[in-house]
Ligand binder design. Structure first.
Ligand code: C2E
Ligand code: MG
Ligand code: MG
Ligand code: MG
Length: 277
C-alpha cells in the first residue's frame, strides 16, 4: 500500500516512477471517487470586453486530493482523458458551473455567462443531451453558456462533431476554440464550422512585443474578423500586451493582468467590488 501510494505521488510529480501500473491504478481509483467524495473544485476566471464590462467567467477545475493537496487540471486531466474518466468530470463541471451561475443570478450578481472546457473528443452526441439536462436543471437558456473546445476536437470526427456544433448553435450556446494557434489541424475547415469565438493561445500573447508574434496575433485577429468570429485573448498579464491586443482589435481579454481564477466566494467579492466601484 505504501509503495503504491508513493507511486501515485511519483506519477503526479515526475515522469519516472518505480511502479507505474500500481501508481496509475491507485490514482485511477482516487479519481473515480473524487466526484462521489466531493473533492472536485471550480475556480472561475473573468473575461472582460475591451471596455471593461464582464463578458463571462471560465470554469477551471481543480482536485482537492486528500493526500496530495489542491491539484491543477494539468496534473489529472490528461490522465482522466486516457482512462475514460473525463466525461464524468466535464459533466460535473458543467452542472456545477450552471448551478453557481443561477445562484449568482439569485444574488443579483451579474455574470452574463459561464464558459466550460471540453476535452479532445468532447464533441460527441451525448454532449447535447447533457447540456440540455444541465440547463433545464437550472432553468437557464443556452445564451448563458459557452463551450470551449480544442482544435483537436474539431478535427476528430467530422460528421458527429459537426452535427453537435449545429445542435449547440440551435440552442444559442456559444462555442469557442480554445488555445487557438497552438495546433493547426482545424485551420483548413474553420470557415465551414458553426463556431463563434477564437481564443488566442497564451503562447502568442506571451511573445507580444516581438514583431513576429505581433504579426501572428494581427493575422489571427484579421482572419477571425473576416470569418465573422469573436475574439478573446488568454494569458494577458502585462499592460503592454493588453494595449497591443486592443489596438489590433481584439474584442475581449482574460488573464492574470485582469484577474486570477477565483473560487466562488472570492469571485462574489470581486463582483460586488466592481458593482460598488
Ligand atoms: P485553458 O482552458 O486554456 O485555461 C487557461 C489556463 O491558463 C488556466 O490554467 C488558467 O489558470 C491559466 N491562466 C489564465 N490566465 C493566465 C495568465 O495570465 N498567465 C498564465 N501563465 N496562465 C494563465 P488551469 O486552470 O491550470 O487550466 C489548465 C488547462 O486545463 C485549461 O487550459 C484547460 O485546457 C484544462 N481544463 C481546466 N478545467 C477543465 C475542465 O473542466 N475540463 C477539461 N476537459 N479541461 C479543463
Ligand atoms: Mg479554456
Ligand atoms: Mg485556453
Ligand atoms: Mg491553454
Amino acid at each position: 500500500e505504501a509503495k503504491a501510494r508513493g507511486g501515485a505521488q511519483a506519477l503526479l510529480y515526475a515522469p519516472q516512477f518505480d511502479d507505474p501500473a500500481g501508481a496509475a491504478l491507485m490514482l485511477e481509483q482516487d479519481l473515480h471517487h473524487a466526484i462521489d467524495n466531493d473533492e472536485l473544485r471550480l475556480h472561475f476566471q473573468p473575461q472582460l470586453w475591451a471596455d471593461g464590462r464582464l463578458r463571462a467567467v471560465e470554469a477551471l477545475v481543480r482536485w482537492q486530493h486528500p493526500r496530495l493537496g489542491l491539484l491543477g487540471p494539468d496534473r489529472f486531466i490528461p490522465f482522466a482523458e486516457e482512462r475514460g474518466l473525463i466525461g464524468a468530470i466535464d459533466d460535473w463541471v458543467l452542472r456545477r458551473a450552471l448551478q453557481l451561475l443561477s445562484r449568482w443570478d439569485a444574488l443579483g450578481l451579474p455574470v452574463p455567462r459561464v464558459a466550460v472546457n471540453r476535452s479532445g473528443c468532447g464533441l460527441r452526441r451525448d454532449l447535447v443531451e447533457r447540456v440540455d439536462a444541465a440547463l433545464a436543471e437550472q432553468g437557464l437558456d443556452g445564451t448563458r453558456l459557452e463551450i470551449e473546445i480544442t482544435e483537436t476536437a474539431l478535427s476528430a470526427d467530422g460528421a458527429e462533431a459537426l452535427s453537435v456544433l449545429h445542435a449547440l448553435r440551435e440552442r444559442q450556446i456559444s462555442v469557442a476554440v480554445d488555445d487557438f494557434g497552438e495546433g493547426y489541424s482545424s485551420l483548413g475547415q474553420l470557415h465551414r464550422l458553426p463556431i463563434d469565438v477564437l481564443k488566442i493561445d497564451r503562447s502568442f500573447v506571451r511573445d507580444i512585443g516581438e514583431p513576429r508574434a505581433n504579426a501572428m496575433v494581427a493575422a489571427v485577429l484579421g482572419m477571425a474578423r473576416a470569418l465573422g468570429l469573436g475574439t478573446l485573448a488568454e494569458g494577458v498579464e502585462q499592460p503592454a500586451q493588453q494595449q497591443l491586443l486592443l489596438e489590433l482589435g481584439c474584442e475581449a481579454l482574460q488573464g492574470f493582468g485582469c484577474c486570477r481564477p477565483l473560487a466562488d466566494e472570492p469571485l462574489q467579492t470581486w463582483l460586488r467590488g466592481r458593482a460598488a466601484g
